[in-house]
Design a binder for this molecule. Structure first.
Ligand code: PXP
Length: 241
């Protein structure tokens, strides 16, 4: 089964917010991504609403026809309330701090096991598929299994960083982590710094990769190629396995 592409549209909201109006139109952009073949839309609302706002998430919900993935830190009550209200296809739990530029680490699923178990069962009881953001570390994958989550999202920043120097070395911890996740019957998503350059190699080597969520590189590529072409280029990388 081909890996699904979920487009993270936070950067479009950042551009819009720079001027205070509605240009570019986030809702239209999300619909267009779906029209051009994206199989999901990802948003990461943060409490300071510096990119996607809580209201955007509510406005997107009735418009989308593909999988809606909402990422964020469930320690923010406002985030939990939003997800419970919207009931997206998937919630991805990310342990990011207030004001952090972008996510920079996965969950410590051992230390936070009880907390994660509780919040995950609440989301699952509401019929929402859960995913938790983790580093490519077998111990964290095994801890994730204990939480009861449906899926993990592998944090791929270290892979992306090392890719140009030594892609074989860069992928190794991810192959090991994914093999363990597959043994444990955990679904596998991945994201962070995936790009046209490094995506195919990643998808080719990770068995059972269900979904990638990509924002920064994809939106940046769209400045040169246009969003319709860019989505085709990313889909092609996922199909070339
Ligand atoms: N996954 C998570 C949990 C993220 O926080 C982000 C960035 O918001 C991404 C994936 C996408 O990363 P990028 O913008 O580098 O493609």
């Amino acid at each position: 089964m081909a890996t699904k592409l979920s487009v993270n549209i936070n950067k479009i909201a950042t551009l819009r917010n720079a001027r205070g109006g509605n240009v570019p139109d986030l809702l239209k952009f999300a619909k267009d991504c779906e029209r051009y073949g994206a199989q999901g839309i990802t948003v990461h609302p943060r409490p300071d609403e510096r990119h996607v706002r809580y209201q955007d998430v509510m406005d997107l919900k009735p418009l989308l026809t593909t999988e809606f993935n909402i990422e964020g830190n469930p320690k923010e009550q406002k985030f939990v309330d939003l997800v419970m209200k919207i009931k997206p296809a998937q919630v991805t739990l990310v342990p990011d701090a207030l004001g952090q530029i972008t996510s920079n680490h996965g969950w410590d699923t051992v230390t936070h096991l009880d907390y994660l178990k509780d919040i995950i069962s609440r989301f699952k009881d509401a019929g929402i598929r859960t995913s938790i953001f983790v580093d490519a570390d077998v111990k964290m994958i095994e801890g994730a299994k204990e939480t009861g989550t449906d899926r993990i999202e592998l944090y791929t920043e270290s892979y992306a960083k090392e890719y140009s120097e030594n892609k074989d070395k860069a992928i190794q911890p991810f192959i090991i982590a994914a093999n363990r996740a597959n043994e444990l019957n955990l679904g596998i998503n991945a994201g962070h710094d995936l790009s046209l350059e490094n995506l195919n190699y990643f998808a080719k080597h990770i068995n059972g990769l269900l979904e990638v969520s990509i924002g920064h590189a994809l939106i940046s590529d769209a400045i040169y190629f246009g969003i319709e072409n860019t989505i085709q280029l990313y889909l092609r990388q996922l199909k070339m396995n």
